[in-house]
Design a protein around this ligand. Structure first.
Ligand code: GRF
Length: 217
């Protein structure tokens, strides 16, 4: 693949199903092997996925630091030891501060379980059902200072069906997350995706604010 030399670091806090999807894409040769998986949570189940795949892991436990800035300095140091081209937040559940975000601007992406700009924040599936949304989904975006508000790269839509519980809807969305997150990372590794002037560019075209799916492979 193009960009096989790209260096990727993934940050997680929990289950790690998106991490697992990324690992599977590396096995299929669609992505370069990961340099490291870093978690703020020592009990994150996803750490085991990384270990099973022979990927170096590290825990930077936010609870052992005196405040957010000290935590983020340690996190940044741990990440930068791997000299990453891209840092992917795959269910990383800490809000990141301005200095950290500034340091990684253009090489920090996140997956969020909603069709942004709808439902930023937490409990998106329950909120979508309660709001009577007919569609829900997931968004991969560059991380900027606005939480869940950075330039969007790709979205995937799913229907909200009668009788859906948040759990059932989350499962449907998750299947799409596992497709679009590795795809966005692959675009980045192939030098097709970048952040320029606060806009996401794919193959030289500005990504539209809406209607991001279907997308080219
Ligand atoms: C996913 O729904 C992701 O969109 C959100 O957190 C969840 C992480 O799930 N940011 P997993 O740890 O990847 O299974």
């Amino acid at each position: 693949m193009t960009g096989a030399g790209k260096r990727l670091v993934v940050l997680i806090s929990g289950r790690g199903s998106n991490l697992q999807a990324i690992i599977e894409a590396t096995r299929r040769g669609e992505l370069p092997a990961l340099c490291a998986v870093i978690s703020n949570n020592p009990n994150a189940a996803g750490l085991q996925h990384a270990r099973d795949a022979g990927i170096p892991t590290e825990v930077i436990d936010h609870r052992t630091f005196d405040g957010r800035v000290a935590f983020e300095e340690a996190l940044q140091e741990a990440i930068d030891r791997h000299r990453p081209d891209l840092v992917a937040l795959a269910g990383f559940m800490r809000i990141l501060g301005p200095q950290f975000i500034e340091h990684y601007t253009g090489r920090l992406i996140n997956i969020h379980p909603s069709l942004l700009p709808s439902f930023p924040g937490l409990n998106t599936h329950r909120r979508a059902i309660e709001a009577g949304a007919r569609e829900h989904g997931a968004t991969v975006h560059f991380v900027t200072h606005e939480v869940d508000g950075g330039p969007r790269i790709i979205q995937a839509r799913v229907p909200v069906l009668p009788g859906d519980t948040p759990e059932v809807l989350a499962e449907r969305v998750l299947r799409e997350e596992h497709r679009i997150f590795p795809l966005a990372i692959r675009w980045f590794c192939e030098n097709r995706l970048s952040l320029q002037d606060s806009r996401a560019l794919l193959d030289g075209e500005i990504r539209p604010a809406q209607g991001l799916s279907p997308s080219p492979e």
